[in-house]
Ligand binder design. Structure first.
Ligand code: GN1
Ligand code: MG
Length: 356
């Protein structure tokens, strides 16, 4: 493997040789390696095998990334505060390398020290997370949204994700339906309740902005004193609703436990910290309709991700990387448990948003 990675790496126009490669990351989609540089005092790189089943249009993904990173760079490095990870060209001037098995690889600059969290250690991290994603969206507020490719159409559409769930129930491809009866009843009940956001969008009360669409806590890089340094994983930057990004951040950062923890629960103090940080940057940009729906957004995203995990379990784990055969259903159950805990805290969340 190391030899193969060296061969790939050497095709990029990097400013140092590689010493070795370590597989890293808790992302569910791509395979990611940290490149240890051959010289000292160099941050190294990130070498990634693109998941082309998820992103068959990887050229569009790269174009979006390049447009957005250039735009932020021209704004003096992402508001002057934060760093951005950039793609690096190959020696022949392309942005990717295709290996002999037709896998697509890319190389990115690495942000050091590269600390990321799968579970929130404290309120400072939650506040910083809210601030950096708020800044990210506010800095991109004047980016011409129509220039972005919609790399995964209807990515966070409740109706599309629900249809996918119904199809997976219908085909029961992996014979797992009997195990998930309770989850399906819950999913069916909640899809009606969570229609508020899609119906407000359909009646023209919400407009699409440039959004990140994968604002998980572990897509932020921190330094040793828990200051946020960078937002990573820019693949799903597309036109979307601000509510998706806020909701997904809360789903992963206002919680006790990890995304797949059976004991997961919602944390009001962490929610408050995120909301404070986020609204510091976004308060003057969001419309009254967006502000009104902000407390509901986390429930919407926990539901969407929950049914996506459930769908993938029924389909036989064909989309997400899993650590064990029950991983997707464990994740779905955790997200549904979280959704219930968010619902129980809804009134308090409304108060928090008002007070911020
Ligand atoms: C995937 O790549 P990663 O792990 O950051 C997924 C997100 C989900 C997330 C759930 C392209 O993100 O949409 O919210 O898993 N990305 C894609 O943890 O599907
Ligand atoms: Mg990620």
């Amino acid at each position: 493997m190391q030899n193969q990675l060296h061969t790939l790496f050497n095709q990029f126009d990097a400013d140092t040789q590689a010493d070795s490669f370590i597989e890293v990351g808790s992302g569910h989609i791509h395979q990611t390696f940290r490149v240890i540089p051959a010289i000292q005092n160099h941050p190294g790189f990130i070498l990634q095998k693109f998941n082309t089943s998820v992103f068959p249009n990887y050229q569009d993904v790269m174009e979006n990334t390049l447009m957005v990173t250039k735009f932020l760079k021209d704004k003096s490095d992402f508001g002057g505060l934060y760093q951005i990870s950039h793609p690096i060209k190959t020696i022949s001037g392309s942005w990717h390398v295709i290996d002999e098995s037709s896998n697509v690889w890319r190389l990115l600059t690495r942000i050091t020290p590269g600390i990321s969290y799968d579970a929130v250690p404290n309120e400072t991290v939650a506040l910083e997370a809210g601030k950096i994603f708020g800044t990210f969206l506010s800095e991109l507020n004047d980016f011409p949204v129509q220039r972005l490719h919609e790399v995964i159409p209807d990515f966070h559409s409740l109706n599309m994700r629900y249809q996918q769930l119904l199809q997976s129930i219908d085909s029961n491809a992996s014979n797992r339906l009997v195990e998930v009866k309770e989850e399906i009843i819950f999913a069916k009940k909640m899809q009606g309740i969570l229609q508020e956001i899609p119906s407000q969008y359909e009646s023209g009360n919400l407009t699409k902005r440039v959004t990140h669409n994968d604002t998980k806590l572990n897509n932020i890089i921190f330094d040793e004193s828990n200051c946020a340094l960078a937002v990573i994983d820019l693949d799903t930057i597309m036109p979307g609703l601000s509510l998706y990004d806020f909701g997904d951040l809360v789903r992963t950062a206002a919680i006790y436990g990890r995304e797949d923890s059976p004991e997961i629960s919602f944390s009001l103090p962490l929610f408050k910290a995120i909301t404070e940080g986020y609204l510091r940057q976004m308060k003057s940009i969001l419309t009254p309709a967006e502000l009104e729906l902000l407390p509901l957004a986390p429930q919407y995203m926990a539901y969407i991700i929950g049914i996506r995990f459930l769908t993938d379990y029924l389909n036989g784990d064909i989309y997400y990387k899993v650590d064990h055969p029950k991983h997707n259903i464990q994740r779905a159950r955790s997200q549904f448990r979280l959704l219930k805990s968010m619902t129980a805290n809804f009134d308090e969340c409304v108060k928090v948003v008002k007070s911020c």
